[in-house]
Write a protein that binds this ligand. Structure first.
Ligand SMILES: [Zn+2]
Length: 353
């Protein structure tokens, strides 16, 4: 009962926010004009574009050895040089940004604390990212000041952050993006510690993945957009498969109205699942990261084709990370022989509790 009351309260807060604060009026939610896009406005009388391509990538971390390499080579777009053309060929690009981008805050000395140099923003704009998730276990490594600074720097660069904010309402609020005639709602969550990073009623932070709240958020977002995309940062690092709890929650998210689930955090790729015609990517693995294990040097990028405002096709593309921490498409002879695209449910899961 308490859970339901809290959910109802937050949903009411969200509705109040929509009506009173209306932070995303229709004139503001269109992708900023400076965001790179191959699209040109349709000529008057020309048929409206009905097909769009969206690209989703995994974890992007621009601190530690990645930051040092960019600094040493005096190239703040280095991680994206080999794949920028591919990315910019799409209509929208998304990644999980696994660090704040800031020169503020104080190191909270988590096991690993990441904070990227503000010059690293250049790489994200070179690659053309439009939406990045800050709902992860490193966005708060340098505390609320660095997180809020990161959010404002991203927005100033024409990139919409999702899954974090100055309070829980802002962090849970769907980010609405117009791509041509297509309207997309993004929601992002994390349930990987530190729990102290969770946004509160009066506290900046990330959107904590409380299942009941996430399902309420999805139902709230559903009528606002053509597509609802949910990006959870979850699971067990280096695990080959998601847990039964993750699978159950992903199914509930689809049942609540999500069109596709794009997960991250394990640093390795996990199976994709077709659940009632909706794709669930439990983990896309890394896209730009500096870990040592070879399994962390490969990831997946999802190419999602949207036709007549519905997801028509999902194509996984193999990614390799080289010794300069650059993401690139895998050579043709290294493509996975078979992606687990047709699995109805990831196999060999423990039974439901
Ligand atoms: Zn993570």
């Amino acid at each position: 009962m308490r859970q339901r009351l809290r959910t109802g309260f937050l949903a009411a807060m969200a509705l109040a926010g929509w009506c009173v604060l209306n932070p995303l009026s229709s004139s503001q939610i269109a992708l900023p004009s400076q965001a790179p896009s191959p699209q040109t406005p349709a000529a008057p009388g020309a048929p409206e574009k009905t097909e769009y391509t969206l690209l989703f990538t995994g974890d992007v971390m621009l601190s530690r050895a990645v930051g040092a390499r960019m600094e040493a080579m005096k190239d703040w777009s280095l991680p994206f040089r080999l794949i920028a053309d591919t990315l910019r060929g799409a209509d929208l690009r998304y990644c999980n940004l696994e660090c704040p981008i800031s020169d503020r805050g104080s190191n909270l000395h988590h096991l690993y604390s990441f904070r990227a140099d503000p010059r690293a923003l250049e790489g994200l704009t070179t690659a053309g990212f439009n939406v990045v998730s800050q709902a992860n276990n490193h966005a708060y490594d340098w505390g609320p000041e660095a997180l809020l600074d990161s959010l404002s720097r991203l927005r100033a660069a024409g990139i919409q952050p999702v899954g974090a904010g100055e309070n829980a309402l802002a962090a849970h609020y769907p980010v609405l993006v117009n791509v041509g005639a297509l309207r997309i709602a993004f929601l992002a969550y994390v349930n990987v510690d530190p729990r102290e990073a969770a946004a509160g009623v009066d506290r900046p932070g990330v959107a904590w993945l409380d299942p009941a709240q996430a399902l309420a958020d999805i139902r709230f977002a559903r009528p606002l957009a053509d597509l609802v995309i949910v990006c959870p940062h979850w699971g067990v690092e280096y695990a080959a498969k998601p847990s039964r709890d993750q699978v159950d929650l992903a199914h509930q998210m689809i049942d609540a109205g999500a069109d596709i689930i794009v997960g991250s955090h394990p640093h390795v790729t996990q199976p994709l699942e077709d659940y009632h015609g909706h794709w669930i990517a439990y983990s896309l693995g890394n896209f730009v990261f500096d870990q040592e294990s070879p399994a962390t040097h490969r990831g997946l990028m999802l190419k999602v084709t949207v036709r007549d405002k519905k997801i028509a096709n999902v194509q996984p593309m193999d990614i390799r990370i080289n010794s300069n921490y650059q993401a690139a498409l895998a050579p043709a002879d290294e493509h996975s022989a078979q992606h687990p695209m047709a699995e109805k449910e990831p196999a060999a899961l423990p039974p439901s509790k």
